[in-house]
Design a protein around this ligand. Structure first.
Ligand code: URA
Length: 210
């Protein structure tokens, strides 16, 4: 597994405003979208392209276009939805699928409660969007789900991660072609499973349910 922390002053600046408890939902939503576009730029470095012949006003030349099969973007419901616009702005021709993951309160295992994805993902590059890599349980389950359907390489894009979650993902997905792109790695998880210092509950802050 490859981990890439997108260390850029603009990202750190926007992250600081995002973390601030006084940042209201509309600003929070706009910042998540902006951050996502910056992270998408980093996360799509390995997007597959194919050569294409074009004609400029001056001469013929060769360029590239995004290869078939199209990349698949998979926001994890609910907080991953806040990242979708920022990603599709940058890769408008990508296909979008949805995955809802929740923790079964009896077994504490992540379960899939909603799924709208192609049945066969053979050869597809997938980009999973989930803002908070906390314990890593639901992200690992989501990535495993895509790999079982045949996805060949998966990039997870997260705004923040806890070291515990990163270590968990690394262990669970050992040997798979997985990249994790992050805005920052924070200090730790607290006893309630929140990232410290983090930004609180991303879903609540996005959708105003604080
Ligand atoms: N999910 C969140 O939204 N925030 C955290 O800190 C951890 C998980």
């Amino acid at each position: 597994m490859r981990v890439h922390v997108a260390d850029h002053p603009l990202i750190t600046h926007k992250l600081t405003v995002l973390r601030d408890v006084n940042t209201p939902s509309p600003v929070f939503r706009a910042l998540v979208e902006e951050l996502m576009t910056l992270l998408a730029y980093e996360g799509t470095r390995g997007v597959r392209v194919e050569p294409v012949e074009i004609q400029t006003p001056v001469s013929p030349t060769t360029g590239v276009r995004i290869a078939e099969p199209r990349p698949l973007i998979v926001p994890i419901l609910r907080a991953g939805l806040g990242m979708l616009e920022g990603m599709t702005k940058l890769v408008p021709t990508a296909e979008v699928g949805f995955l809802g993951m929740a923790r079964n309160e009896e077994t504490l295992e992540p379960t899939t409660y909603a799924e709208r994805l192609p049945d066969d993902l053979t050869g597809r590059q997938c980009f999973v969007l989930d803002p908070m890599l906390a314990t890593g349980g639901s992200l690992a389950a989501a990535i495993e789900f895509l790999l079982k359907r045949g996805a060949t390489d998966v990039t997870a894009i997260c705004i923040l991660a806890a070291p515990e979650g990163l270590a968990f993902i690394e262990k669970e997905l050992e040997g798979h072609d997985v990249t994790v792109v992050l805005g920052a790695v924070d200090e730790r998880l607290n006893e309630h499973g929140y990232i410290v210092p983090g930004l609180g509950d991303a879903g609540d802050r996005l959708y105003g349910t604080v």
